[in-house]
Design a protein around this ligand. Sequence first.
Ligand code: NAP
Length: 465
Amino acid sequence: MTHIGSNENPLRVAIIGAGPAGFYAAEHLFKQNETAVSVDMFDRLPTPYGLVRAGVAPDHQKIKSVTKIFDRVAQKDNFRFFGYVEIGKDLSVADLANHYHQIIYTTGAQTDRNLNIPGIDLENSHAATEFVAWYNGHPDYRDYEFDLTQERVAVIGVGNVAVDVCRILCRTTAELAKTDIADYALEALSQSRVKEVYMIGRRGPAQAAFTTPEMKELGEMEDADIIILPEEAELDPLSRAAMDSADRGTTRKVELIQSHARREPIGRSRRLHLRFLVSPTELIGDENGRVAQIRLVKNELYQTDAGTLRPRATDQYETMPVGLVFRSIGYHGVPIAGVPFNESWGVILNEAGRVMSDNREVMVGHYTAGWIKRGPSGVIGTNKPDAVETVELMLADAAQGQHLHPAQPDPAAIVDLIAERQPLYFTYDDWLKLDEVEVTRGAKLGRPRLKFTTVEQMLTAAGKR
Ligand code: NAP
């Protein structure tokens, strides 16, 4: 037999997870000419694109145009998509090892980081990640309920996800109706009684995790005032000193925050309050076990030995009435059965993308990229260099003969197995059919698309039922 990586005997790679990291990995595998590759990409949903479909805010359509790049990758001759096939349920890692030379896990971070304060499990206290998945029409979250009869909402954290959640809560129905937000979410939000939204940052304006364009966009909402307490917009001495070496983005962000703090609200229907230097210490419930109040402690900043500014609680507390709480303090990865995992970081154990066993030995043939490799940080494009780093190692390892030795490398064998375990699996053509129907349905309503939000609907629309 010819060597692995020749045209007759291509390197067979399984990519687990059809989000940005998975597609960027596939793109880089196809970009080089040294090693012939064939790629099979798996996703547990029938639809590809991961967080681009289920995470990127519906009012950020431009960001979603990155899917055009992914579609081009999917058109390659040696690319196949198997949607609605879950690794750990329909197929095991051992099944994959039986059919592929290399496996790359790009499953992202599918759950949220926990906030360990009393009352966090009260009714009407949710992970922001659940709300995001709900308004984006993720089939697993479409039946979640959020009590939008509440007038006062707290969003804990000041990252870009918190900003997304605040925007969706503060936008008018007319603004949302132009987006591809799930139809049931549009309906629920059009009935929303939310009036006051509090975004709660534990550090100061100069340390806010949200980016400058996102801050600017908050000020451009049609019917929401931004309210910032002047004393919280003011920088403390340590932050002021750090501004001397701050980048332009941070300087601009602080300027924007301070200019909002100088403005008077102009009587818009909703008010978004940005709070700084406060940490939640407790959610207090009413007699029905529902969130009624949030207790906050005022923080001060101190400098660590490494030079970063961290928050430290003072002895000043305040309590605010709120009826709905979203914790937005970061995503967290979910383990895959049979793949070594670091529970506290929420990532697959790896070195630069090579999966490592619990006793720190390279697991030949197993790789990872994206959030499940490095944790939930950066924008979509950050996953490209991250995936490239992993793929370079995969190619180098393959050239050295360091890969799995599957008993059934014939590309038809895995299709037979999938057909047996999940006969309703989706190909990329099935997805393109679904995509066209969604876009056509949306166009009739003046929307970018009208999403299918249950697997049943997707199966029917793709002609599988
Ligand atoms: P993030 O950027 O890591 O922000 C997490 C926020 O939670 C920070 O403000 C953090 O404060 C705060 N936090 C963490 N632990 C806390 C605690 N115990 N109590 C109070 N606050 C706490 O995470 P994210 O917002 O989930 O976003 C994930 C990634 O996706 C980011 O890289 C983000 O930029 C990206 N993203 C980008 C866009 C976009 O480009 N438009 C949209 C959405 C997401 P500290 O800073 O003090 O730790």
